[in-house]
Design a protein around this ligand. Structure first.
Ligand SMILES: Nc1ncnc2c1ncn2[C@@H]1O[C@H](COP(=O)(O)OP(=O)(O)OP(=O)(O)O)[C@@H](O)[C@H]1O
Ligand SMILES: [Mg+2]
Length: 252
């Protein structure tokens, strides 16, 4: 049976003023899977996440979440769709002035009418699933970089999203914390029974967590498949990227 698709980019073109970022870009995000997107800095990876989250619209082409075409959705439909998607930003920051627990509670306070007790229970559960239940009353400034990332994940899951979009979750972290964060992403996918898209430059962690890998180059997805398939790709662009080599067809 074919895999069910949660989100689909269909032949997207997108430019910012005169800079073409995506050109004939198509990508399927398989439901229940972890899809990792790789590509050069500035290739448009974060832009893909913003398209899936309905924060930008393409110049042409379509973005589907399930059967819904975000390009032809009403404000209300867009809002309903976005509620099921959680974007964990590249430079996600907690608010310094409130405790970790209050930060994680923010989406619940904004979007639900749950009681303080219910909110506390959900926040505790979210913090526990990222190994941070002891930090509820701490201020963000008292946490390490890796802990802040995980607190950001906790905030991303309190609304029980179907899809979590992670933008460079391990960039700037040491190898052990990177391993821990990667494990956390895999565990959260299992806990939520959901779908994830992860942008990462960290090949080790991609090989650990990815069900599918997609490589973005010059505006389009030039390779897509399982980790094994992409590692064995005959495409010299893919091979050069995975080797991290200066020698090859990628202009540097
Ligand atoms: N809102 C915007 N307005 C103008 N240009 C933008 C905007 N968003 C992105 N860009 C440009 O689009 C290109 C792709 O940006 P994007 O952030 O998607 O790349 P990326 O692959 O995530 O890069 P990195 O690996 O450095 O995070 C860049 O040249 C960027 O400057
Ligand atoms: Mg980016």
């Amino acid at each position: 049976m074919a895999n069910k698709v949660y989100a689909r980019l269909d032949d997207i073109d997108l430019s910012f003023s005169d800079r073409v970022v995506l050109k004939n870009c198509s990508l399927d995000i398989v439901e229940g899977a972890i899809t990792c997107i790789i590509g050069l800095s500035g290739a448009g990876k974060s832009t893909i996440l913003r398209l899936i989250d309905g924060l930008v619209l393409p110049d042409s082409g379509h973005v589907y979440i399930g059967d819904r075409d975000l390009c032809h959705a009403s404000q209300r439909q867009l809002y309903e769709t976005r509620r099921k998607i959680s974007l964990s930003f590249q430079f996600a920051a907690l608010l310094d002035s409130m405790s970790v627990g209050e930060n994680v509670a923010l989406p619940l306070r904004e979007h639900t009418k749950l009681s303080d007790g219910e909110i506390r229970r959900i926040v505790m559960d979210a913090l526990e699933s990222v190994g941070l239940s002891h930090t509820y009353d701490n201020l963000p400034s008292e946490l390490s970089g890796g802990m802040l990332k995980r607190a950001g994940f906790a905030r991303a899951i309190v609304m029980r999203p179907d899809l979590i979009l992670y933008d460079e979750p391990t960039t700037g972290l040491d190898p052990i914390v990177t391993h821990l964060i990667t494990d956390t992403i895999v565990q959260l996918r299992a806990k939520l029974n959901g779908t994830a898209v992860v942008i990462s430059h960290d090949l080790q962690s991609i090989y650990m967590m990815a069900d599918y890998v997609a490589m973005l180059f010059e505006g389009a997805i030039i390779a897509y498949g399982t980790v094994d398939e992409v590692r064995k790709s005959p495409n010299p662009l893919v091979q050069q990227f995975l080797r991290g080599s200066e020698v090859g067809p990628i202009p540097i």
